[in-house]
Design a protein around this ligand. Sequence first.
Ligand SMILES: [Mn+2]
Length: 415
Amino acid sequence: MGRFSHISDVHLGAFNDPYLRKRNIDSFIWALEKSLEENVDFIIISGDLFNTPIPDVPQITNAIKKMREIVERDIKIYAIYGSHDYSVTGSSIYSILVAAGIISDLHRSRENNGKIVLEPVVDDKTGAYIYGMYARKGAMESEIFEKITINPPPEVFKIFAFHSAISGISKDMQFNMPEIPISYIPKNMDYYAGGHIHERIEMDLPEYGKIVYPGPLFASTFVDLEKIAKGGSCGFYIVDFSKGINKIEFIENEIIRPELVEINANGKIPEEIMREAISRIEALQLDGRYLLLKIWGELSSGRTSEVDRKKLIEIVKKKNAAGININVSQLTSREFKEIEIINRNQGNIELEIFEKFLKQYGGKNESLIGERGKNIAISLLNLLRIEKNDNESGPDFKNKIINATGKIIGEEEWK
Ligand SMILES: [Mn+2]
């Protein structure tokens, strides 16, 4: 008999807005306390515990303290790297927590004849066999996924933790990231602890088993918040098992339910948008509530910047709202098409450019073309974005970048 919590996509450190940032961290502390109250034997976090490899440290200190408290009560926190936790330079809070013994990283592997054999972590309290497969940015883990093999004894309770979208089952609509074919996923597990997809999915798959994505514990983007505002749920799972699963329960996180105002801007001018936004905000009871304002569509004339966000924020403040988040990422203008480019997601523009460029590239080096070439290009670009830390020496920084470059390109190809 055993019981565990399955938490995913926490994204600690997400949001610039202090109100949302605190709700995000409080959600994690709540989930840990709830797990303690429910007497779980262990906790699994299936990736994206952090929003960036090194989030703002003072902001996350309370979350780390709570994790330590849990571990001191002899409850293990098992986890895998999510696409947001990992840094090619190896500098991440996640890796520090592993080194400090607060997180038990689940990914254990060894190579055998071109295969990658995943080794289990056997939970000492329950005897559960837990396997973990990490994620990398842009689903670069898929190359390794293809080669993994698992040989568990038949009689044990088996969990497979991963942080990837699976084709045909779970699509990453929000970040538009590549998917892993289901054939790469090891069969015959009792529980698949999924992460990465910001959507709650629970399904039984023949030959596999129970596949569960809790979705985000709270939220890390406007889209996540929008889903909650529209009545969607966020939270985590508590699972009871013996030889197989006995019970699965979703614990809903009710920390906030934002109010959503959506304005269709098609064929309107900025003054009309402002008038509509103000009258709709004025009609709301906003005391202590958080407002999401989404303005989308194509303005018939004028610039998107003429939608006066400062003024809207002032109005919402006067109504004692907890805050406001204005989203104009899908607002364009017929007159000023260039604005459309500015509003498009930066990552998508980069991907598009690399894709186009790779099609023109006439080189023979196979590792530099196709998906792999694209992944290498994106990873190198991300690497070059990293700035030197205040306390880091020049040569240390240089070595870190050179080593990471070697890892991205593949050491052999350097020689
Ligand atoms: Mn995530």
